[in-house]
Design a protein around this ligand. Structure first.
Ligand code: SF4
Ligand code: SF4
Ligand code: SF4
Length: 248
């Protein structure tokens, strides 16, 4: 039996998550030893539509994206969403809070009518997605963890607890103590709270924990007089599509 055939695809994105894979350094050689990459526009010239696993980066922004994504879904046995743009809509969701025609005019000017576009959405709003690798960008470690699990026929273990847990383990001072606000109580862990450790806040790039009202660090928010709903309203940078879709 040959190696599993892997393909990479991108939609609306900065391609930074694919770059993380490209930058695996010596681990990239191990990946290339374990799989056969048959399509990867960012890294190679060849292309085949015969693949087992598709890693798909980026958000869906237009009807033609949907058609292409559906074809990728038909071709792939396993489809993995790669990064925040693909898992939650990512920073592309910012446009969803604007008047769509104004956004189109701003970007394309007098050519606006030549370009189709609609509010950004993650892959799972269009096709079934088997697994998600979170973050903006993804971490190289999580990519290799997920790939290893898939190659072993196992379900990848993705954290379903808040960033606050990792933040406390990193012994950070909570930014609420400094008068700032933070998405950590409702955001899925797995990044070791790197942004807080580096002196910033959590912006929520890994998306929400499942059912934030149950799994959030509600006591952290309550201590500062906030609720889960307050924090979700406050942050729009990585506004999770699952939260904003009802408002569109
Ligand atoms: S999730 Fe972030 S790093 Fe990845 S493609 Fe989107 S914008 Fe770029
Ligand atoms: S709210 Fe933010 S800063 Fe405070 S513990 Fe949670 S992740 Fe860390
Ligand atoms: S701390 Fe928050 S914003 Fe930073 S990488 Fe982790 S989930 Fe993303």
């Amino acid at each position: 039996m040959g190696k599993p055939r892997v393909a990479f695809f991108d939609f609306a994105s900065c391609e930074g998550c694919q770059l993380q894979v490209y930058n695996l350094e010596e681990d990239l050689l191990k990946v290339l030893d374990a799989v056969e990459v048959v399509a990867w526009r960012e890294a190679m010239k060849g292309h085949s539509d015969d693949y087992d696993i598709a890693f798909v980066e980026g958000s869906i922004l237009r009807q033609s994206d949907e058609l292409r994504l559906r074809q990728i879904r038909r071709n792939a046995k396993i489809l993995v969403a790669l990064g925040a743009c693909a898992t939650i809509g990512g920073i592309n969701n910012i446009k969803n809070f604007q008047e769509q025609e104004a956004v189109r005019q701003f970007v394309y000017g007098n050519k606006a009518l030549d370009y189709e576009t609609y509010p950004a959405r993650p892959l799972k709003a269009v096709v079934p997605v088997d697994f998600e690798i979170h973050g903006c960008p993804i971490t190289r470690k999580e990519f290799t963890t997920v790939l290893k699990a898939l190659l072993l026929g196992k379900k990848p273990e993705i954290p379903n607890y808040p960033v606050c847990v990792e933040c406390k383990m990193a012994q950070n001072i909570c930014v609420f103590e400094k008068g700032m606000t933070c998405m950590g109580p409702v955001t899925r862990a797995g990044c070791e709270a790197c942004c807080v450790t580096e002196g910033s806040i959590c912006w929520g790039c890994r998306g929400l924990v499942d059912d934030p009202n149950i799994h959030a660090q509600v006591e952290v928010l309550a201590k500062y007089g906030l609720s889960v709903e307050d924090i979700l309203r406050k942050f729009q940078l990585y506004a999770d599509f699952s939260v904003i879709k009802d408002e569109q």
